[in-house]
Structures are given as structure tokens and as C-alpha cells.
Design a protein around this ligand. Structure first.
Ligand SMILES: NC(=O)c1ccc[n+]([C@@H]2O[C@H](COP(=O)([O-])OP(=O)(O)OC[C@H]3O[C@@H](n4cnc5c(N)ncnc54)[C@H](O)[C@@H]3O)[C@@H](O)[C@H]2O)c1
Length: 326
């Protein structure tokens, strides 16, 4: 069901850090408007509603019942994504739900099945696949232009202070979810993996601040993930966020370091322009390509389910010190 009205109305459930990037993205998106938000903490809700120039709803039920809202962005903590996604879908609204989409495979399956039943779009917040460089890499891989793929890497080294990290699960869930859907998009599903994690700089928070995963892909190639909140990489050509695919006939890279602004980002020591850029591309894809033009997402809830299976396999591998088949 394509949206034809002049302005697509958007509502945010949750107005934490990531809502700032989504608000900037909606503002830049043609034919879309942020109508209002709801946030559990009223002080934050009032502050953000003033900042964004939108309504402040008293309850999430009031927000999803507003006929001016066509699409709801679920931007709360992971544990409440299912509740608010169901609330919005049951009210007949399309949904963009931030990553990690759900706490378990079963939660994401429930979202997928409900969206299908209601004939509504429910897009996972897989922002990085909407970057032009990622799309070009996927085309090159699919056309065989890189030859036989031998390896793929997704590296992330961005220091996060302990008080920020405490709001999230450890980096396995919080960050390796990005790595998982990126790998699926670029080269497909791994067949087996092994993982390790460590806590190197947190004082009180007990979750990991660094994790690595080794994988074997379906064609026999190998892949590697690193996700670290423990330290920034300051060296030349740093691996701040770096994605590489190497084949026998060519290779590609995507790097956060292609565009850097010397001012603090939301929680980063510098502003990596690609972060905001990827959210802008994702929001535009959701509101314009998907809701107006009916195009399928580049990464779906089925991909979110596979990404969640990869995360759970990494957790199993860490717990058992084993290689886990997918
Ligand atoms: N795509 C990305 O690159 C990216 C980056 C950062 C965060 N995220 C995701 O966005 C989501 C929010 O992250 P954030 O950085 O904005 O976090 P945050 O802590 O700044 O904000 C989370 C918001 O959720 C609210 N909240 C917490 N528990 C709640 C509950 N039980 N019910 C209702 N509201 C509740 C809090 O009041 C807060 O306003 C998370 O799922 C996170 O993984 C995605």
C-alpha cells in the first residue's frame, strides 16, 4: 500500500541520542515531517520536542492513534522494541525499528509476521547498507567483478565512556549486530563461526568492551569482525569503522575516516560524517523508496533474524569456547 499524500507524518517513540540523528534525517527528507514524539522521561521529552519543533505526546498510545502520523520510529532501548513495534503496527502505522531489532529470534519473527499480516512495512534500522560504497561493493561482488571472494572484514574501534556503554548491552549485541547485517548484505551468510570477548577498560560495568569473531563463508572464504568500545584507533589510516571485501580480481573498502569533522559527535570524540549520512540515507529509503514507491528494503527483518542468529552463535561460542555451525 503506497503512501500518496503530500506529507508523510513521522512519530518517534524514544527520544534518546539516536533520535537526534533521525530528526535531522527526517528534516532533510523530501515530503516528510516529524509530527511528534513520546519519551518515557518527561524532562528529556520536553527538551527534544522543543529542539525538534514537534508535539510531545503524553503516552505512546496517543502518538500511534494520531491520524497525522503514518510512520513510527522505535528508538527506545532494545528490551522495549517489541512492545512499541507491536503497538504501532496494531495501530496501522509503518515502523522503522532501531537495531538490534529484538532480544531474540522469536521477537523479530513476531514483528515480521505482524507486519506481513497488517500489510505494513517494518524496516530494521540497518543504516550502513544504505551507504553508496556498500551498495557498489555488493554489486561488484554479485557481478563477479572482484573474482572469487577470499575475505571480508568489518572493524569498529570507537571509544565509548563507561556511562554511555552502560545504557547498552555489551558490544557483541550492540555493535556486532551492525557487522552481521553488513556481512549478510555484502557477501552472504557464514556457515560457522568462533568468537572471543574481553573487558579492558570498564571499571564497574560487567559487559564486554571488545569482541572479535572469525567466520567461514559459504564459498569457503573467511571473514573477521572486531567491535571495540575500549579505545579509539589514532594511527594513520585508522580502523575506526572499516569494511573490506577482498577478491582474487579486486577489492573494496568503506571507511568512517573518509569524512571527519573536528568536533565531538554525540558520544564520539570526533564527528564521523558517515554516521549521520547513513541514517539520512536509511530514513530516505524508508519514507520515499519504500513507503512512497513500494521498493523492498536492502536489508529486511529476515536479515535481522539471521543477524540475531549470528549474534546468538557468537555468544554460544564465547560461552563454550567452541566453533558454532549456523
Ligand atoms: N543505528 C545506529 O548506528 C545506532 C546508534 C546508537 C543507538 N542505536 C540504537 O537506538 C536505540 C536507542 O539508543 P540511544 O543511543 O538513543 O539510547 P539512549 O539511552 O540515549 O535512549 C534510549 C531511550 O529509550 C528510553 N527507554 C529506556 N527504557 C525504556 C523502556 N523500557 N520503555 C520506554 N522507553 C525506554 C530512554 O528513556 C531513552 O530516552 C537502541 O536500540 C540502540 O541500539 C542505533
Amino acid at each position: 500500500m503506497k503512501i500518496t499524500k503530500e506529507t508523510i507524518g513521522v512519530g518517534f517513540i524514544g527520544a534518546g541520542d539516536i533520535s537526534v540523528l533521525h530528526a535531522a534525517a527526517v528534516k532533510k527528507c523530501p515530503g516528510a515531517k516529524l509530527v511528534g514524539l513520546w519519551n518515557r522521561n518527561q524532562e528529556r521529552a520536553t527538551q527534544r520536542a522543543t529542539e525538534f519543533g514537534c508535539k510531545n505526546y503524553k503516552t505512546p498510545a496517543e502518538l500511534v492513534a494520531d491520524p497525522a502520523i503514518d510512520a513510527v520510529f522505535v528508538l527506545t532501548n532494545l528490551e522495549s522494541h517489541l512492545e512499541y513495534t507491536q503497538l504501532a503496527l496494531n495501530a496501522g502505522k509503518h515502523v522503522l525499528v532501531e537495531k538490534p531489532v529484538g532480544v531474540s529470534v522469536a521477537e523479530i519473527e513476531q514483528m515480521r509476521d505482524l507486519a506481513a499480516k497488517k500489510d505494513l512495512v517494518c524496516l530494521p534500522g540497518h543504516n550502513y547498507v544504505y551507504e553508496a560504497s556498500m551498495m557498489r561493493t555488493r554489486d561488484l561482488v554479485q557481478n563477479g567483478d572482484l573474482g572469487k571472494i577470499v575475505s571480508a572484514y568489518v572493524m569498529y574501534n570507537i571509544h565509548h565512556p563507561e556511562e554511555v556503554a552502560k545504557r547498552y548491552p555489551g558490544v557483541v549485541r550492540q555493535i556486532l549486530t551492525h557487522h552481521s547485517y553488513i556481512l549478510l548484505y555484502l557477501v552472504g551468510k557464514p556457515v560457522e563461526l568462533c568468537a572471543m570477548k574481553a573487558t579492558l577498560h570498564y571499571k564497574e560495568y560487567t559487559e564486554e568492551d571488545i569482541a572479535m569473531v572469525q567466520m567461514r563463508l559459504h564459498n569457503g572464504a573467511l571473514a573477521h569482525f572486531c567491535a571495540s568500545f575500549a579505545a579509539d584507533d589514532h594511527a594513520a589510516d585508522p580502523w575506526t569503522v572499516m569494511v573490506k571485501v577482498i577478491g582474487t580480481a579486486g577489492s573494496t573498502r568503506y571507511s568512517y575516516r573518509d569524512h571527519v569533522e573536528i568536533k565531538p559527535g554525540l558520544v564520539h570524540s570526533q564527528t564521523y560524517t558517515a554516521y549521520q549520512g547513513s541514517v539520512m540515507n536509511e530514513v530516505r529509503h524508508f519514507l520515499v523508496d519504500s513507503l512512497r514507491m513500494g521498493q523492498p528494503p536492502l536489508s529486511s527483518l529476515d536479515d535481522a533474524i539471521t543477524a540475531q542468529k549470528m549474534i546468538e552463535a557468537a555468544e554460544k561460542s564465547i560461552a563454550e569456547k567452541s566453533v558454532v555451525k549456523l
